[in-house]
Design a protein around this ligand. Structure first.
Ligand SMILES: Nc1ncnc2c1ncn2[C@@H]1O[C@H](COP(=O)(O)OP(=O)(O)O)[C@@H](O)[C@H]1O
Ligand SMILES: [Mg+2]
Length: 233
């Protein structure tokens, strides 16, 4: 297993605070929620950064956490976090070119391990559809307290639906002001169809000046007070 030193990623106070809220939602969701997928409507909304921040935040609490980048089409996570020391990733493993030990990286953050995407491929579905992916996540469940899975956007490609089969719950990242309500609703419905319960919505890239006090409530538990309030209306 490689050990890598992650490039420092600066967290603003607001994001750190909200990441702790998201983490709390997860911790209080019960022991059967272990594998969580991060998705969004389109790319660039901040899934990868949110996945990493959540995984790091869980590790900092002493939870053994694995971050898996399944965005085999367009991943940028490795460029953000690694200085070029990592060679192989998930696509190498799933195509039989690497062992699992070769692709799991220990990091300088105690308790946080990462599997990067590996070489980007044009049709990842074939790799995810193999039993190997499902079996591997199943085995890793006994090694880690939490597995955070970064996926491609659910509103754009079907890879995330295939990946959702191994997940217990999902978190939807929405870029503030950039996604139409109807589009978000479609993705929420899709998650319901996939039977991947929505654990929370992370409203990302909120303009702090415009948002004012709302900023403090960026990450809300989806079926929490907001939902109840709407139902009671
Ligand atoms: N809270 C945020 N505020 C400002 N920029 C952000 C925030 N979260 C992510 N970004 C930036 O947005 C871009 C896309 O983020 P990324 O996590 O790669 O999105 P995705 O994985 O959904 O495609 C990156 O350049 C990232 O640095
Ligand atoms: Mg990404």
């Amino acid at each position: 297993m490689n050990t890598i030193k992650l490039k420092p990623l600066k967290l603003t106070y607001g994001v750190k605070e909200e990441m702790n809220n998201l983490r709390t939602n997860l911790l209080f969701s019960g022991a059967d929620i272990k594998v969580v997928m991060m998705t969004s409507c389109i790319s660039g909304e901040g899934k990868s950064e949110t996945s990493y921040n959540l995984a790091r935040s869980l590790a900092e609490l002493g939870k053994k956490t694995l971050l898996v980048d399944t965005d085999l089409r367009k991943s940028a996570l490795i460029r953000v976090l690694d200085n070029g020391s990592v060679q192989n990733g998930l696509s190498h493993y799933l195509s039989g070119q690497s062992t699992i030990n070769d692709v799991v990286n220990k990091t300088n953050i105690p308790g946080l391990n990462i599997i990067f995407a590996g070489r980007l491929v044009p049709n990842p579905i074939e790799l995810f559809s193999k039993k190997l992916f499902e079996k591997t996540i199943e085995n890793l469940r006994s090694v880690y307290d939490y597995i955070v899975i970064d996926t491609p956007p659910l509103g754009m490609v079907v890879d995330a639906s295939v990946v959702s089969r191994v997940c217990d719950a999902s978190i939807l990242v929405i870029e503030s002001g950039n996604i139409k309500r109807k589009f978000a609703q479609r993705v929420v419905n899709k998650l319901k169809e996939l039977k991947c319960p929505l654990l929370g919505v992370a409203l990302n890239k909120v303009d702090r000046k415009k948002a004012g006090s709302y900023y403090g409530k960026q990450y809300q538990k989806y079926y929490g007070k907001e939902e109840k309030r709407k139902r009671e209306k």
